[in-house]
Write a protein that binds this ligand. Structure first.
Ligand code: ZN
Length: 574
């Protein structure tokens, strides 16, 4: 009997953390059926001599909810070895949603996550209202990756309460309706329920998003609705606006963890922003203490700094200044011509002195790009390479005896694809390493699908393998692969993914451990309606297999869309 696919002569890093070994991997009916020296014939063979064969990577923190409607390949995550994502994080989801609220939803997602409204209105066929209907819609969509999803609190609150959800405390009737919808979603296959209390999450009017209006008792009730079903994960965008705010937030969250017993996840970050920020290990101690008291909690850690990204083709920090605004409205070529004019340059450089100084407020990728403060040039880096060792704009200005704004103009003119990164959180590699080394942190949190022109986290997997494994040698390849696969599959309770093991889904990534590496990001105009976004690809990945189908070869889609919806435990029983 011929197998569907054999990956021959590769070195298996199986996701468990166990040492690597040479073996062929045989695939049949979307599953791994044989591992070892395989003599059977196969319809398709991939020669993986000299390459690593690992489980496909799993990213549990994305915002692909809108993008999945128009982008069957699942970019940019798909270019970094990812085969499964979870979306609907931080309370932002597209379901449940009443028809009259669609445009408002789209505008909220634009305000918070920088997903262009025009792309959403042009690219989405809104044919759902409830969460189960949305899930069924995703099930029908052609998709190269597997998608799990939460029911999102901001969506749910608007659904149950209308515009009152943006201002008012929920009534008993509201709570009952929301708890019912959470239970319905979890039964239909939601991975759980998500919310946000992050001060960076605001509506188009600058007001808090709906989930931030909720009293904690509402969260108790909705996580409680999952507890009654013994199913569902609770994900929450944390308040990190300052040290005291974070301590109050985490104290209250601990009560939810202990009272409900549901698994809880939130982003663990190292930050120097905000008022008297806590040291990063404060969160890790909280995780350990909460688990010691009987809770089940994880931190989500990305593998590098989270940056506001600037470029000539997207945002520059100076765009809001009157003289700049006038030039930035011109076509790119005309902008460049003006930026070369010495007189114009002098004016533009001088105007920078009028920028608002940065105070203690916490700025996320949104405000940092659309309402930027005067840059700290020691914390602004032209990206010459992806290895986290570029000189700062301040360094370059000093070395060349120029104003920092001139440095930015020069570098942007030299290469209009050049991006500049301003770390917002996780500024120090050592802090990031501490977060990643903690056994209760998960390597995830790309925010893929969001902040499309403001941040670029989709390369977190290839960055872990190229920077932390190969360059810094802080993890063995086996450890890093386990972090991206088995650990995440375990945390999200995906029963048959995250390992190269017979009987498991054939989600596999075949890569060169000496070459795998993110490329530099670029700004492209490839969204529906021609909207722009940051795109980042990677080198060194030979093939990505999803549910037994070869989905990507050397970074190019094969047109095989074998992705599935990842459902929580209750749906599988049905
Ligand atoms: Zn998020």
């Amino acid at each position: 009997m011929a197998l569907d696919l054999i990956i021959k002569n590769g070195t298996v890093v199986d996701g468990s953390g166990m040492p690597r070994y040479r073996a062929d991997v045989g695939v049949e009916g979307g599953r791994i059926v044989e591992i070892g020296r395989i003599r059977a014939a196969a319809e398709r063979t991939i020669d993986a001599d000299g390459l690593i064969v690992a489980p496909g990577f799993i990213d549990g923190h994305t915002h692909m909810d809108a993008q999945v409607a128009w982008d069957p390949i699942g970019s940019c995550s798909c270019w970094h070895g990812v085969t499964s994502v979870v979306m609907g994080n931080c309370g932002f989801a597209l379901a449940p949603c009443k028809p009259e609220d669609r445009e408002w939803f789209a505008r909220c997602l634009t305000a918070v996550e920088d997903i262009p409204t025009e792309a959403m209105l042009a690219g989405i066929e809104w044919n759902w209202e409830t969460f189960p209907e949305y899930l069924a819609n995703v099930e029908r969509l052609p998709k190269a990756l597997n998608y799990g999803m939460y029911i999102g609190h901001s969506a749910l609150r608007m659904y149950a309460m209308g515009r009152r959800g943006l201002e008012e405390t929920a009534t008993e009737d509201d709570l009952r309706a929301m708890a019912h919808a959470v239970a319905e979603a979890v039964r239909a296959g939601a991975m759980g329920f998500s919310t946000s209390r992050a001060t960076t999450h605001i509506t188009p009017d600058g007001a808090p998003v709906a989930s931030r209006i909720a009293a904690w008792e509402e969260i108790d009730r909705l996580v409680g609705a999952m507890a009654e079903l013994d199913s569902g994960i609770f994900q929450i965008g944390p308040d990190i606006s300052g040290g005291e705010a974070q301590r109050v937030f985490l104290e209250r969250l601990r009560r939810v963890a202990l009272d409900t017993g549901r698994p809880i996840m939130f982003g663990t970050l190292a930050t120097k922003q905000g008022k008297d920020p806590n040291p990063w290990d404060y969160q890790m101690r909280w995780l350990d203490e909460t688990v010691a008291q009987g809770g089940r909690v994880w931190g989500q850690a990305t593998t590098r700094s989270i940056n506001a990204i600037f470029s000539l083709k997207s945002y520059l920090p100076f765009d809001q200044l009157p003289g700049w605004r006038e030039i930035r409205a011109l076509p790119l070529d005309e902008q460049k011509a003006r930026l070369r004019d010495p007189e114009v340059r002098r004016r533009l450089v001088a105007e920078e002195a009028n920028m608002k100084p940065k105070g203690a407020e916490m700025q996320g990728g949104g405000a940092a790009t659309t309402d930027p403060r005067k840059p700290d040039y020691a914390n602004l880096f032209p990206m010459f390479d992806v290895d986290w060792d570029d000189p700062s704009v301040a360094d370059l200005a000093k070395a060349q005896n120029k104003h920092p704004v001139e440095i930015i103009i020069d570098l942007a003119l030299e290469n209009d694809n050049r991006v500049f990164v301003q770390p917002l959180v996780n500024e120090s590699p050592d802090d990031v390493l501490g977060l990643l080394k903690h056994p209760r942190s998960l390597a995830t949190f790309s925010d893929s699908g969001a902040h499309v022109c403001q941040e670029m986290g989709s390369s977190l997997q290839t960055h872990l393998l190229s920077y932390w494994v190969r360059k810094r040698q802080q993890f063995t390849l086996e450890e890093a692969v386990r972090m991206l696969t088995f650990d995440n599959a375990s945390a999200w309770e995906l029963p048959d993914r995250g390992l190269v093991r017979t009987g498991y889904a054939a989600d596999l990534v075949v890569f060169d451990e000496d070459r795998i590496r993110p490329r530099l990001p670029t700004v492209e105009q490839d969204l529906p309606g021609g909207a722009r976004r940051l795109v980042q690809k990677a080198d060194g990945i030979a093939a990505t297999i999803v549910n037994g189908a070869v989905a990507f070869e050397n970074g190019e889609t094969t047109g095989n869309y074998a992705g599935e919806v990842l459902k929580g435990r209750l749906a599988k029983r049905a």
